[in-house]
Design a protein around this ligand. Structure first.
Ligand SMILES: *[C@@H]1O[C@H](CO)[C@@H](O)[C@H](O)[C@H]1NC(C)=O
Ligand SMILES: *[C@@H]1O[C@H](CO)[C@@H](O)[C@H](O)[C@H]1NC(C)=O
Ligand SMILES: *[C@@H]1O[C@H](CO)[C@@H](O)[C@H](O)[C@H]1NC(C)=O
Length: 357
């Protein structure tokens, strides 16, 4: 008798236990489920979700969480600044299942005016994680404005496709691929970007590698320094490598631009970069960004190594190389094996060692 009761008790207890496990459902298919699932789960699936316009899919994840996007994630239209999705957490893994697409519906915002005019356009995907987080195999479609913003420490991003091809003929602008600011220890690799602004742009940070990127239609592999809030005076951005990349059909191949402030960019490497169909400059370094012709500003660029950059620029005026340094602000540049074909004439007001302009 006693045994039977105990058995019944165990059966009831364990079935309650199993039921509570089952109701702990970690798949999000409706926006209203987001809050509960983030609270209760660390292995989360986001499946065929429609995110209402004007609200953020904010994934503030528990440590070590896994998030998998499944099917079509669609962000409804609203004229606001975004980001449409923001991920924070420590040591998290965020991934796209095969065939999954995150769709910002940029085609419903584009008006040829980008971030500076026309309707307000949300930025898409913001990564602000720490502690060895990984983002992989995510397909982003039709960014309205900036695509991926990275403001993170120790992050590995790979297997991304940023597809804003439709913006080429439909007024897409400022659709930067990866915008990296205030970040340290970043690796972005094996990804494809098809867009209408920088493929990668670094604003501030250190210890980054970008490799095996294919950039189509972009403004190239870039730095934009001295123009945002995170790179105030005396900011040092350093130890950044771009390698084994392709830039095709873009405005620029490599573009370093600096603006105001007394900051410093140093220890930068570009190597094994193939250019094709570039329409303005193969390599464009301009410290007079935003005030063309003013080379009196103090921003410094030191120890810039560029090697094995090859291919072609297209069009009558397209220059292989175009360097405008501030007065006494460029030092210790070493270039080798620069073989960029084009009919425009290169111009350099500073001569890197190993290079004839
Ligand atoms: C979890 O929720 C999803 C979507 O709401 C549903 O399709 C699935 O059947 C649920 N799973 C369980 C075990 O309840
Ligand atoms: C998502 O929706 C598509 C059709 O829109 C469907 O084929 C697919 O099975 C759905 N995926 C899931 C996981 O529900
Ligand atoms: C430069 O960055 C790379 C990649 O993040 C890192 O492995 C290396 O230790 C850094 N070097 C220095 C001197 O900090």
């Amino acid at each position: 008798m006693f045994h039977l009761r105990l058995k019944i008790f165990i059966v009831i207890f364990s079935s309650v236990f199993v039921t509570s496990q089952q109701t702990n459902n970690c798949t999000i298919t409706e926006f209203s489920q987001v809050e509960r699932v983030l609270r209760e789960c660390t292995d989360i699936v986001i499946s065929n979700l429609t995110v209402p316009g004007g609200v953020q899919l904010k994934l503030d994840l528990q440590k070590g969480s896994i998030v998998t996007f499944n099917g079509n994630i669609v962000f409804e239209v609203a004229y606001w600044d975004g980001h449409l999705i923001q991920v924070s957490g420590e040591g998290v893994l965020v991934q796209g299942a095969p065939g999954s697409v995150l769709n910002a519906q940029g085609e419903k915002y584009w008006d040829g005016m980008g971030g500076d005019g026309g309707v307000r356009k949300p930025k898409f995907f913001e990564i602000s994680t720490t502690g060895g987080s990984v983002f992989r195999n995510i397909y982003l479609l039709n960014c309205a404005h900036f695509c991926v913003g990275v403001s993170a420490t120790d992050v590995h991003i790979y297997g991304f496709t940023i597809d804003v091809v439709a913006g080429n003929l439909n007024g897409g602008l400022n659709t930067d691929g990866f915008g990296v600011s205030n970040s340290h220890n970043v690796l972005i690799e094996n990804s494809v970007v098809m867009n209408q602004d920088d493929c990668v742009v670094v604003n501030f940070g250190s210890n980054m590698v970008f490799r095996n990127l294919q950039c189509y239609g972009s403004h190239g592999l870039s730095f934009s320094l001295g123009s945002s809030h995170t790179d105030d005076d005396n900011a040092v951005t350093q130890n950044i490598t771009f390698e084994d990349c392709i830039v095709a059909n873009g405005l620029y191949g490599i573009h370093l631009k600096t603006k105001r402030g007394t900051g410093l960019l140093r220890d930068v490497i570009y190597k094994n970069i193939r250019l094709s169909g570039i329409t303005e400059d193969g390599i464009y370094i301009n410290q007079d960004y935003g005030d063309i012709g003013n080379t009196a500003r103090p921003y410094q660029i030191s120890n810039l190594k560029i090697s094995n950059v090859y291919g072609s620029v297209n069009g009558q005026l397209a220059r292989p190389v175009h360097v405008v340094c501030n007065k006494d602000a460029c030092s210790d540049w070493t270039w080798s094996n620069i073989n960029i074909l084009g009919t425009g004439k290169s111009y350099c007001n500073y001569l890197p060692s190993g290079f004839v302009c």
